[in-house]
Design a protein around this ligand. Structure first.
Ligand code: DX5
Ligand code: ZN
Length: 218
């Protein structure tokens, strides 16, 4: 408990007003800016990529948490590391040589994140958990913002927490999708370290205040 980290997801921001959205995040209590990169293959949607993140980089003062929802993410690790990722997450379902990819991300001084889809068991992480800095537990099916939180995520966090403790690993647990003020406190109490929130933040009347509320749930 205590010190929950918050990463607002820019997917739900007003893209016509991106500069001001980033400035708002700079002034907020956000710990990271969560950037969702989608390729229309691994997920059915296409979001934004390199040129947009390059532009964001010029204004952003918060570290980037880049979530790659793309097939064969190995092809783009260096590109997104060069764009200033502090955390770079790839999907276990999209990456054949996960160990190598994690090694590469860490060798560049970034935190290595592994995202798992709602249907993926945490058991597949058993042999690699000690190498992973952040597990992104998807609490919606990736591809879209504004979806409903999947309830089975709670028991998944418990199992992941046990796996981390059993292995004496330092891995952070990130929850991504459908996070709001109702579930955030339960997630934090269950062992989540880092919460992503898109629609809940950017659709609220006062996003900066909403971030503050999330930051102070525990
Ligand atoms: C879903 C993305 C999430 C999404 C979260 O594919 O990975 O990061 O932007 O948005 P909300 O909080 O609206 O579910
Ligand atoms: Zn995401």
């Amino acid at each position: 408990m205590g010190n929950i980290l918050i990463a607002p997801s820019l997917l739900a921001a007003n893209f016509l007003n991106l500069e001001n959205e980033i400035k708002m995040l700079n002034e907020s209590q956000a710990d990271y800016i969560h950037l969702d990169v989608m390729d229309g293959m691994f997920v059915p949607n296409i979001s934004y990529g390199v040129p947009v993140i390059q532009a964001i980089q010029k204004v952003a003062k918060k570290p980037f948490d880049i979530h790659l929802m793309i097939e064969k993410p190995e092809r783009y690790l260096e590109t997104y590391i060069d764009l200033g990722a502090k955390i770079l997450s790839i999907h276990i379902e999209a990456c054949t040589h996960l160990h190598r990819a994690i090694d590469f991300i860490k060798s560049k001084g970034c935190l290595a994140g592994v995202a798992i889809n709602p249907h993926t068991s945490v058991d597949v992480l058993a042999d690699i958990i000690k190498e992973i800095d952040v597990v992104n537990v998807m609490s919606v099916n990736p591809g879209f913002g504004g979806q409903k939180f999947i309830q089975s995520t709670y028991s998944k966090i418990n199992r992941l927490h046990s796996l981390i403790k059993f292995n004496n690993a330092q891995t952070m647990i990130q929850i991504d999708g459908g996070v709001n003020l109702e579930n955030a406190a339960i997630l934090a109490a269950s062992g989540a370290d880092l919460l992503v929130a898109g629609a809940f933040v950017f659709s609220s009347d006062n996003p900066k205040h909403t971030i503050e509320l999330l930051k102070n749930i525990d």
